[in-house]
Design a protein around this ligand. Structure first.
Ligand code: BYC
Length: 313
């Protein structure tokens, strides 16, 4: 009986648009759902540093290098905010990383594709960060306080990332014919995987029901995907690139673009470890984690020293 009352009070709080905070009572499934989503989001930010990090040493100018370096550092920061938000749900960082390394936890499918040319740095910022912003702007209103506040800060930084990418892709698209071809090629390879970032169609999304009821998700996978398409088509037109979808067409009646069929078998394969770079990404993360053990030890020893000092004082 007590739990029924607690559950009703919990749902009523969500319905009043009040945030749920770490010390508030919450149903076990809400906690579990959030840990899954926030940790996968955190892993995506950190694994997402790899495809771009590879290009820092090959950036075509000092300015491009500095901007890309700053962007990749921002992604590490986003990972930290998100790991902290997940930890506020009573799970340790070690456990979260263990889940990533044993493939129990997922990360965004998009980071299992290679970045083959400098134009891909444009496509990642423009499309991948662009898709992430559409999702994350919506998540600013998520019901869990620490996640929502993390999103507000992340969105501010993410909009610069999108602009960085659009600047790179515009420069290439408006450059020599060879550069334009590189930009078009990057768009051709990244377009469909970017649409897959939003997850399966709503009818095939097992987590959307609870996520909507608990206002963890404020818009569905299909709604967000449509928003992203509607705003990106024009951006491609402005710089003379063609979206690789022959079925893409403005639908006056719907007030949205219609678009072609997404190859869901590809998303399934990538999610289940068989994308072009899955093994490379995870192995790199495991190795970096092992090699960074001494840094964590040193940081812990330093923190202990500070605590001991406080005790004495
Ligand atoms: N990739 O029921 P569904 C960034 C999984 S990083 C992999 O619809 P949900 C950036 C899904 O997890 C931005 N897995 O799930 C960083 C579920 O499996 P589990 C990353 C996917 O949670 C560096 C199953 O499929 N953003 O911005 O309701 C450089 C069924 O799906 C994917 C976030 O993480 C996928 N694409 O909706 C540049 C945003 N799609 O967990 C940029 C936060 C689906 O049941 N996350 N799955 O085993 C979300 O908004 C939601 O979790 C999703 C999926 C929309 C991704």
């Amino acid at each position: 009986m007590e739990d029924v009352n607690k559950l009703e009070a919990f749902q009523a709080k969500i319905d009043r648009e009040e945030k749920i905070e770490p010390k508030d009572w919450m149903p076990a499934d809400y906690r579990k759902h959030l840990i899954r989503q926030i940790s996968q989001h955190a892993h995506s930010e950190v694994v997402g540093m790899q495809p771009e990090g590879q290009w820092i040493s090959r950036a075509p100018s000092l300015r491009a290098k500095v901007v890309l370096l700053a962007k990749v550092q921002d992604e590490a920061g986003h990972g930290l905010y998100l790991y902290s938000a997940a930890e506020s749900l009573s799970i340790s960082r070690d456990e979260l990383l263990e889940q990533l390394h044993t493939e129990k936890a997922k990360y965004s499918s998009i980071f299992n594709y290679p970045t083959l040319t400098w134009a891909d740095m444009g496509a990642v910022g423009w499309l991948v960060d662009g898709a992430a912003i559409v999702n994350q702007v919506s998540l600013q209103r998520t019901s869990y306080g620490p996640y929502s506040r993390g999103m507000v800060r992340i969105c501010k930084e993410e909009s610069f990332h999108q602009r960085q990418g659009y600047e790179v892709i515009s420069d290439m698209a408006l450059g020599s014919p060879e550069q334009k071809q590189m930009a078009q090629d990057a768009l051709n390879r990244m377009w469909w995987p970017s649409l897959m970032m939003f997850g399966p169609h709503d009818a095939d999304s097992p987590n959307t029901g609870n996520a909507t009821k608990w206002k963890i998700k404020r818009e569905t996978n299909d709604e967000l995907r449509q928003k992203f398409i509607d705003k990106t088509v024009q951006q491609a037109e402005v710089i003379g690139l063609t979206i690789p979808d022959p079925d893409l067409k403005w639908n006056e009646e719907r007030g949205h673009y219609d678009f072609g069929k997404i190859d869901w078998s590809e998303l399934k394969e990538v999610i289940h470890g068989c994308g072009p770079c899955n093994k490379q990404r995870l192995n790199h993360h495991r190795k970096a984690h092992e090699e960074g053990a001494w840094v964590r030890e040193a940081a812990n020893a330093y923190a202990q020293k500070q605590r001991d000092k406080k005790k004495v004082a």
